[in-house]
Design a protein around this ligand. Structure first.
Ligand SMILES: Nc1ncnc2c1ncn2[C@@H]1O[C@H](COP(=O)(O)OP(=O)(O)OP(=O)(O)O)[C@@H](O)[C@H]1O
Ligand SMILES: [Mg+2]
Length: 232
């Protein structure tokens, strides 16, 4: 699903979180949102995810402008992954993955989908475990499976590696990118991690609620980045 923000402003008392952001994201791309703390990254994700409304400007997802009336349906079509996983501690891994499914839609299809997703994230054998029995990286894999259960065309991730060590963080971003390919999603990820950002197709940098840089990552850039450690 493509995303278009047009001149979006979001103000809170005493602070302008976004000051006229315009951004076009092509369907199927992986875009990193970077910038210092407070620059507006999470605000962008909340607006695109229909969890917040702009004071000015419009947000369009998959060719449709977001309006208050459409929010619920819109939110169901989007997957969201957070820094702190937000799993329900009393539910098993499988039930956490199924949690976003509307009750009347719990059917074999959904259970098969949950099993497929747990397999895709490498947790096929842990469906009956509780979140507290898993490592941080494994908990994030459960959260990613949960985000994908309703077959979203757009996956939003807010600091998905922020609570993980760098090796596990690398595995999680590689997983997000491969799932993006496999399921044909657009990926929008807010991150402080330059390596995570460099793995995406494009890096949008925010500062004080404005876009101050917007760079496509070409395959050559990516190779240079990976070889960076070998250069003198
Ligand atoms: N609910 C809120 N009420 C008041 N101010 C808010 C609220 N949410 C965000 N802000 C303010 O808006 C600005 C942008 O916040 P945002 O969370 O989007 O930044 P961020 O780039 O995600 O930062 P971080 O890297 O720390 O997560 C900040 O100044 C923040 O204090
Ligand atoms: Mg944030």
């Amino acid at each position: 699903m493509g995303v278009i923000l047009r001149d979006v402003t979001r103000r809170y008392p005493g602070v302008t979180a976004l000051a006229g952001v315009t951004l076009r994201i092509t369907d199927g791309t992986a875009v990193a949102l970077t910038g210092p703390s407070g620059s507006g990254k999470s605000t962008v994700l909340h607006l695109v995810g229909g969890m917040d409304r702009p004071d000015r400007g419009t947000v369009e997802v998959d060719g449709t402008a977001l309006t208050a009336r459409r929010m619920d349906a819109h939110r169901r079509g989007i997957g969201f992954v957070f820094q702190r996983f937000h799993l329900l501690p009393a539910l098993t891994v499988l039930d956490n993955v199924l949690a976003p499914v509307l009750p009347r839609r719990v059917d074999f299809d959904r259970r098969a989908r949950a099993a497929e997703l747990l397999e895709a994230v490498g947790l096929a054998g842990r469906a009956a475990a509780l979140p507290s029995e898993l490592s941080g990286g494994q908990q994030q894999r459960v959260a990613i499976s949960r985000a994908l259960i309703n077959r979203p065309g757009l996956l939003l991730a807010d600091e998905p590696t922020g609570n993980l060590d760098s090796v596990t963080g690398r595995e999680i971003i590689d997983l997000l990118l491969s799932l993006r390919e496999r399921y044909g999603m657009t990926l929008l990820v807010a991150t402080h991690d330059t390596e995570v950002a460099a793995s995406c197709d494009r890096i949008v940098r925010l500062h004080d609620g404005r876009v101050i840089a917007d760079d496509e990552i070409t395959p050559a850039d990516d190779v240079l980045e990976r070889l960076g450690g070998l250069r003198p």
